[in-house]
Design a binder for this molecule. Structure first.
Ligand code: TRP
Ligand code: ZN
Length: 869
């Protein structure tokens, strides 16, 4: 018997949340034996199963070559089962059975990086979320089937490291050249959390004693030369373990915790039980090789995957529609962790910037979907900014509303009720409500609806009555697939400033849910409502949505002068930043005069630099061209935005004048003891370099060349290299070559080298082609692909012209080789229909042509949605 299940999958199948049915069989125990050979891998599985409800015994499996199947020791023949490209259905299955299967798979040819795959010469790893396990063996591969796993891994001795989840219980040899290890995971888990690693890797060890006294062995595996770059991740891991004990009362539950760094990986990292697998870009960190932003990201991803141990693993999702249950909550947790790590305001600024740059546009285009969708074709297409980032915002809103203590009581109740279960968003809201004694059920609407609500607020001052009234109104754009849109609960954090003194008024009103005198939260949960404050002796400057208390588009009748005053008066760093961003958006998109902005920034900058260089660096942000473009719904002309933004930056450079060089020379990252502040100083110095370059002062190239030569820090080196390369300085080619020379064996640094050139302001078809023809360009490594696409996306003018062909060609190739990555690349073109003609039609035709060629569910579903506008 030798049946191959290999044909192309059907493409039509939409799956609906309303069709959810409980699993028919439970798996009490699974015993896996994975034998890796150079040209195939043999997988033997024994499943102890027990019927739970009526229905067929259906085992999912894809691209598996079935060698044998037995039930309770009896070999089955073809009339005992049905086999197609997606599943193995056992006919007349008994109530209780031991199911044994033997299959052959080919990880050595697996380019999709899903299931078990070879990731370079000396390494095999798994990626099973969401549906990779069915590419390893036949199994009820769904998150609500939890089982106890025992795993035997066998390979050649040239792969000394053999890992799987849980505890190592046995090792031994097979003949002269092979060896094996047996691992037992004591906790029940869904198949998507299964992992194994077979490779030639070195390890960094440490340990951590939990609040319960458990001594946990910590191990980070990477190739030998990268081990010195694992210390920051190790510290972050220990820090995360402590943080989860202190903030959520959650200690770790196993005796070991392993992390494996892999360079060929589709996304950031994966929270497999006790055996996380990470993209190298999210674990390796060293100031000499890694930018400050990347170091911050490593720490947040380490925390994210660690936090999944409770929010995701111990309590998992009933079905994949509930993905944001684990992701939204875990992102909120990692964001809170990072706020404790560096400046809370700057972390919030960075997180909101990501939300607005990615989630808002996604939610305003054809790929818009609720955080919890009610249907999908390919679940891999729903690992989106909406599920992750908007999901996090929903949890943040509830936490803001509850305050620390009640929120903690709510999460305690969630863990008490659901530990060991596979649950839904409703279960989360119910537990949080019960524990906190606050009814949060209205927040379910946030999970079930697409679109960014528009929050319109008008402030009215009545001098006679000394009262100030705020009129609130919320609305959502109609959505074809989700017609039934309701108002959502919007927590509005607010303060009122006296325009002359900058003092905050005391706020008194019964409708305020949280109120510590001058800072309060108002819960706006109707279509329209008003709020009136008494005892306000001047027309105040209202600061709304402080700390970005809800993921909405705020439309408030601030004057530009009000925004300038907020930059000066606000003690909430986030709202200071937001004031500058709103002002700049008005200047760049609505032709407001820029002078108020220049006056405000020159007046406040010196003192903020002295006090908080990191915050100062963010206050100099100018919204990116792609963000500005995403705010335009029709007749979008990328060149126009580009020209306006360039003009503003040139003007800013002129206004700041000599100050730029003074600031640059006065700051020294080496004298900053605190990493955050050093990071701020480095960012400020790089911003100043770019402004000096805009002043046409050629001495900037000497400064940059010096910085490039003197510094051992990657943020400083790259910042300097950018100035040289992007301005075509005479030193540029030598510096680029030197950088390549130094880092050619450092894949992540080389990604930066590709990114920097792909984002050259004058990049063109030829320069991009030269990069993709470079010997180090590698289509098997998503990080390298994204270095070039990321560079293109940094310039909408490029992305929407010659970039389109690059995206389309890549997507056509990846459709077959790696459809997960292929579909994701296309998402950045989702707002094509907003372009002005003739560009709009050109891009449309290119997408339509691609649509006629592609096969994978991933790319087909993405293109179908994108073109259905
Ligand atoms: N669960 C992972 C996380 O958020 C993300 C994930 C899902 C993933 N599918 C993946 C990562 C595929 C890598 C590859 O932490
Ligand atoms: Zn996650």
């Amino acid at each position: 018997m030798n049946i191959s299940a290999n044909a192309t999958p059907a493409i039509d199948s939409t799956i609906y949340l309303k069709d959810y049915q409980k699993p028919t069989f439970a798996v009490e125990h699974i015993d896996l034996d994975i034998q890796v050979h150079a040209d195939h891998t043999r997988v033997l599985a024994k499943l102890q199963m027990q019927r739970q409800s009526a229905g067929e015994l259906c085992l999912l499996g894809r691209d598996l070559q079935l060698v044998a199947v037995r039930i309770n020791g009896r070999a089955l023949t073809e009339k005992d089962y049905r086999l197609d490209t997606e599943q193995l259905v056992i006919l007349d299955a008994p109530e209780q059975l031991l199911l044994e299967t033997e299959v052959i798979i080919h990880p050595e040819n697996n380019t999709m990086l899903e299931g078990l795959y070879q990731a370079g010469d000396n390494l095999y790893v798994t990626q099973n979320e969401p549906e990779g396990f069915r590419k390893i063996t036949f199994y009820p591969d769904r998150p609500d089937v939890l089982s106890v796993f025992t795993t035997r891994v066998e390979a050649d001795k040239t792969f000394p490291v053999l890992l799987a989840n849980g505890n190592l219980i046995e090792t031994g040899t097979v003949g002269d050249n092979r060896h094996y290890a047996i691992w037992q995971d004591p906790t029940k888990k869904p198949s998507y959390l299964f992992a194994c690693v077979i490779g030639d890797l070195a390890v960094l060890r440490d340990h951590y004693v939990t609040s319960e006294g458990r001594d946990v062995a910590l191990e980070i595996y990477a190739v030998e030369k990268d081990i010195p770059k694992c210390h920051i991740a190790m510290q972050a891991l220990k820090h995360s373990m402590r943080w989860d004990e202190e903030h959520y009362g959650r200690p770790y539950d196993l005796d070991n915790y392993m992390i494996v760094a892999v360079s060929q990986f589709n996304m950031g990292a994966m929270e497999n039980k006790g055996l996380n697998i990470f993209n190298t870009s999210c674990v390796l960190a060293d100031e000499a090789y890694t930018t400050d932003a990347a170091i911050m990201r490593v720490q947040s991803v380490i925390a994210h995957e660690y936090f999944h141990n409770w929010t995701g693993n111990r309590i998992t999702c009933r079905d994949w529609f509930q993905l944001c249950l684990k992701e939204g909550l875990t992102v909120f947790r990692d964001q809170s962790f990072s706020e404790d790590l560096q400046s809370a305001a700057v972390q919030r600024i960075d997180d909101v910037a990501v939300l607005k740059a990615h989630q808002f546009p996604e939610d305003a285009g054809p790929l818009s979907h609720p955080p919890r969708p009610d249907h999908f074709v390919e679940i891999n297409n729903f690992y989106t900014a909406t599920v992750y980032e908007k999901g996090a915002e929903i949890n943040r809103m509830m936490a803001t509303l509850l305050g620390k203590e009640k929120y903690r009581a709510g999460t305690d109740e969630y863990f008490r009720r659901h530990d060991g279960q596979a649950v839904t968003v409703e279960d989360w809201i119910a537990a949080l409500s019960a524990g906190s004694t606050v009814d949060l059920s209205a927040f379910l609407t946030w999970y079930n609806q697409p679109g960014t609500p528009k929050l319109e607020v008008r402030g009215h001052y009545n001098a006679e009555q000394q009262s100030y009234r705020l009129d609130f109104k919320q609305s959502l754009k109609a959505h074809a697939k989700y017609p039934d849109l309701k108002p959502v609960p919007i927590p509005v954090a607010l303060a009122l400033f006296n325009p002359h003194t900058g003092e905050k008024y005391t706020l008194q009103h019964d409708a305020l849910v949280e109120n510590n005198q001058t800072e309060a939260v108002y819960l706006f949960d109707q279509a329209e409502a008003s709020l009136e404050f008494k005892g306000i002796d001047q027309a105040p400057v209202a600061s709304l949505l402080r700390n970005f208390s809800a993921p909405v588009n705020l439309d408030f009748n601030y004057s530009d002068q009000d925004l300038a005053l907020l930059l000066q008066y606000e003690n909430n760093g986030f709202n200071q930043w937001q004031a500058t961003q709103t002002l700049l958006e008005r200047i760049l998109l609505n032709d407001h005069p820029a002078q108020i902005y220049f006056d405000a920034i020159t007046a406040t900058l010196p003192s903020i630099i002295a006090r908080d260089p990191l915050l100062a660096s963010r206050l100099l942000d100018v919204p990116s061209e792609s963000y500005l473009g995403s705010r335009i719904d029709e007749h979008y002309q990328p060149e126009m935005i580009h020209e306006k933004r360039e003009a503003l930056l040139n003007q800013l450079a002129k206004v700041l004048g000599e100050q730029c060089k003074t600031i640059y020379l006065s700051l020294d990252p080496a004298t900053e003891k605190d990493f955050s502040q050093a990071m701020g100083v480095r960012a400020l110095r790089n911003i100043m370099l770019s402004l000096i370059a805009r002043q046409g002062d050629l001495s900037v190239f000497e400064l940059a060349a010096q910085q490039f030569k003197d510094s051992q820090n990657m943020s400083e080196r790259l910042g300097a290299l950018k100035i040289l390369v992007w301005n075509n300085a005479s030193q540029a080619q030598d510096a680029l070559a030197a950088f390549y020379q130094q880092y050619q064996d450092e894949a992540l640094a080389l990604d930066q080298w590709f990114l920097l050139q792909a984002s050259h302001p004058e990049a063109d078809v030829q320069s991009i082609q030269a990069l993709t023809e470079h010997p180090d360009y590698d289509l098997k490594t998503p990080n390298r692909i994204r270095a070039v696409t990321g560079g293109l996306n940094a310039h909408p003018v490029h992305a929407w012209s010659f970039g389109v062909a690059h995206f389309i060609e890549l997507a056509a190739y990846l459709d077959e080789k790696n459809p997960i990555v292929g579909a994701r690349l296309l998402q950045s073109l989702s707002r094509w229909y907003t372009l002005a003609e003739p560009q709009r039609s050109t891009v449309q035709q290119a997408l339509q042509q691609l649509q006629s060629k592609v096969q994978s569910k991933n790319v087909v579903e993405t293109l179908n949605s994108m073109l259905a506008v």
